[in-house]
Design a protein around this ligand. Structure first.
Ligand code: MG
Length: 153
């Protein structure tokens, strides 16, 4: 068995699209990033890479390359899984965002991640929290995600 953890944080800005787990969430602000800025998928990718001791997302998809500009993070996730021939067993994750409330979007996000990773829905967990108004996330300036992946050798 292998386990990996992942973390990501992005600034939020007006005029950007908020994408989480490949799902577009209606919001006044979105992730500021070189790619689509999907913090949840980025954290999951780093957790998968971590499980296989295969480096990190920044090395594979540098934010200086033209290819990754505006890139759909779902494609990065599928590429990493196929590159590693990763045999995932389960994913648990947390998104920390002040607003909008994510509860109603969680089912769609889980379904999309299950589809991308070819995992059964009951092996894909996505939780949402606020920062209780504290710090840059609490002020609505940033969004953070954390993930753990369990995989087979
Ligand atoms: Mg990122």
């Amino acid at each position: 068995m292998r386990a990996g953890t992942g973390f990501d944080i992005h600034r939020l800005g007006k005029g950007r699209t908020l994408v989480l787990g490949g799902v577009t969430i209606p919001s006044g602000t979105g992730e500021i990033a070189h790619s689509d800025g999907d913090v949840l998928i980025h954290a999951i990718i780093d957790a998968i890479l971590g499980a296989y001791a295969a480096g990190d997302i920044g090395a594979l998809f540098p934010d200086t390359s033209e290819e990754t500009e505006g890139m759909d993070s779902s494609i990065m996730l599928e590429r990493v899984i196929s590159m590693l021939s990763a045999r995932l067993l389960s994913i648990d994750s947390t998104v920390i965002l002040e607003r909008p409330k994510l509860r109603e979007h969680i089912p769609a996000i889980r379904e999309n991640i299950a589809k991308l990773t070819k995992l059964p829905l009951d092996r894909v967990s996505v939780k949402a929290k606020t920062a209780e108004g504290l710090g840059p996330i609490g002020e609505g300036l940033a969004i953070q995600a954390e993930a753990i992946v369990i995989a087979e050798d």
